[in-house]
Structures are given as C-alpha cells and as structure tokens.
Design a binder for this molecule. Structure first.
Ligand code: NAD
Length: 314
C-alpha cells in the first residue's frame, strides 16, 4: 500500500506514520515543516520519504499524488488562536490546501482520503456529548470554519467524483511529540517562572482529551472496518478534564508544587474558544473501538512525557 500523509512530520501525523510503517506501507510525506519536525520521522529509513513541499502550492504538490492508494490529510495551521490576529491563514492552510488535496486526488485517480477535522466544527452551545448528526454546524473560529469547509469539499468530491472519505472530528489530542496546546504551554510557563502559572480564563473550561496513540489506532481501526462512501466519526474519550485540573496535574508533575495558579478570568480562554466540549463516541464504540486512556489519565501521561521531552533545567 502506498500512503501519502500531508503534515506527516507533525504531532499526530508522525504517530500515524509509525503505525503505517508497522503494517508495511510505503509512505510519502508532504510537509513544509512550519510546525512539524524532521526528527519525528528520523527513526524511519527506507519506507518513508519526506518532501519539503507547501501544499498550498498546487503545481508543486500535485505530482506526488501519482500512484498513491490512500491520502491521510493532516497538514493545517494548528493554532486556533492565530485567527484572532491573522484572518487568511486558515483559509489558505485549511480550505485552499484541502481543495488542492482532493483535486490532486481526482486528477491522479487516488480513491480514498482520511481528513483530520475537529470538534470545533460543532460551534458554541452544542449539546454535550455532541453526536455526529448534531446540526446545523456553526463554527465560531476561523480554524473551525476551515475544517467545516474541508469536510464539505470532501463530501462534494465523494458525491461528484466517487472519492471515498473518512472524516474524523477529533477531541483534543495530546501525547508525546506534542508541540502546542494547553499542557505544552503550561510546562513552558512553569519552566520560565516556577513560582506562578498563569491560566487563560477562569479554569472552568472543560474538554475531552484523547491520547495520540488512541487517536491513530482509532483512525486505522475505523478505516479497516467501515466502508461507506462517506464515513463520519467523532474520535474522543468518554469524559472531560477541566483546565483547572490540568493546571494542578502539570504543577504536580513538574514538582513546582509551590507555584501559585493565577486565573486571568472570564469563561473563555480567547475569542473563538469553546469553553465546554465533549464528543459523543457511541458511533466509535459501536465500530468496535475504545480508548485506553480517559481524559485525566491522558493529561497526566502527556504531562510526564512532555516534561521529559522539553526538560525543566535548561
Ligand atoms: P501539527 O502542527 O503538529 O501538524 C501539522 C503539520 O502540517 C505540521 O507538520 C506542519 O509542518 C504541516 N503543515 C502545515 N501547513 C502546511 C502546508 N501548507 N504544507 C505542508 N505542510 C504543512 O498539528 P497536529 O496537532 O498534529 O494536527 C494535525 C491535524 O489534526 C491538523 O489538521 C489539526 O487541525 C487536526 N486536529 C488536531 C487536534 C489536536 O488536538 N492536536 C484536534 C483536532 C484536529
């Protein structure tokens, strides 16, 4: 099997590649290393080929789709907050990039796509836990809008050109090789100032967390067992963890137990943040997949491995 992974040098993409190599795939990676790292792929030799390509440039990215059996599309701007300052990043790195991917697939006859979407497509005030058939989906961040647009492009390429699509709406994915997100930020803040941890919002924001190994196992399990033309699945754990609890866990795990946790106040971390989110995972469970870590276990595990990776003493 020849797999192409956009964003394969990133956090989730590189974990997926570990599994693809294990099952014997040849893997082509398109990644411009804007947030990914070559070292995440360094342990693979012949089976993985990385091309330093920007997928917003159709002419340079499209030829790599020739002879590919399946595309895993992860490349995107990972920073939801960026949209509060720069308003065309998600349009280019999300919506336009996804158009380039599905169009390259049509041109080169690639049959199947997996897309990394997000719980943020459901927008504010969705019922908790949120099922896949909740709608209308009205995202409140520019990142969310680009994920929603990506889903629509895939669904229209399925309907018009016979593509097969697997769309996954992820909860917050955390684990080793993480390069962004709340746990990563808290460790860096404590490293800089071990006496105080500033937390955006009132700490009552509450979301589901899924360990990255569970996430990539879930993707591959569902792609193996489900065979609709368009397959839509939430991927997450069955509970939530509050930001306040995450702050406490990170403080405990760093050993900086005298650190004062200071809240900036307000119910949202930033404009466009969704303070409470939990996905319904009945469909994922019915497909025969369950997670190994609940939210709090995933948070503690991630705090430990990221403290090792980041290091507190340099
Ligand atoms: P990441 O930043 O580690 O991975 C994204 C990768 O894409 C990086 O390696 C980056 O260098 C690459 N990339 C970005 N723009 C590119 C471009 N124009 N051309 C080529 N490569 C490009 O982030 P991640 O957390 O691994 O996220 C992977 C995907 O999953 C993203 O689409 C993200 O939106 C989605 N997602 C992540 C989470 C999460 O909690 N981490 C939740 C929901 C959805």
């Amino acid at each position: 099997m020849r797999s192409l992974v956009t964003g394969g040098a990133g956090f989730i993409g590189s974990h997926l590649i570990d599994r693809l190599v294990e099952r014997g795939d040849d893997v082509v990676v398109l990644d411009n290393l804007s947030s990914g790292k070559e070292e995440f792929l360094a342990h693979h030799s012949q089976q993985v080929t990385h091309h330093h390509v920007d997928i917003t440039d159709y002419e340079s990215m499209s030829p790599y789709f020739k002879g590919v059996d399946v595309v895993f599309h992860f490349a995107a701007n990972p920073d939801i907050r960026l949209g509060t300052q720069i308003t065309d990043t998600d349009l280019r790195q999300g919506t336009l990039a996804t158009y380039n991917v599905v169009e390259s697939m049509r041109v080169h006859g690639v049959p199947t796509i997996m897309f990394a979407s997000s719980s943020v497509v459901y927008g504010d005030n969705a019922p908790m836990p949120t099922p896949e058939n909740h709608g209308p989906c009205m995202p409140i961040s520019l990142y969310g809008a680009s994920k929603s647009a990506g889903e629509s492009l895939i669904s229209s390429w399925v309907g018009t050109f016979g593509l097969q699509g697997y769309i996954f709406r992820f909860a917050n994915i955390i684990g080793d090789r993480g390069t962004h997100g709340v746990i990563f930020d808290f460790i860096h803040k404590l490293k800089k100032n071990p006496t105080e941890l500033e937390v955006l919002g009132d700490g009552r924001q509450e979301k589901s967390y899924m360990e990255v190994g569970d996430c990539v196992d879930g993707i591959l399990h569902i792609m193996k067992t489900q065979n609709e033309s368009l397959n839509l699945f939430n991927l997450g754990s069955h509970d939530t963890c509050s930001v306040r609890r995450i702050a406490e866990i990170v403080v405990e795990e760093t050993g900086y137990t005298d650190a004062k946790i200071a809240y900036t106040g307000g119910s949202r971390g930033w404009a466009g943040d969704i303070p409470r989110a939990m996905l319904a995972i009945d469909k994922m469970n019915s497909a025969g997949f369950n997670v190994k870590f609940n939210s709090e276990e995933a948070v503690r595990h991630t705090a430990r491995v990221l403290i090792q990776e980041i290091g507190l003493n340099n």
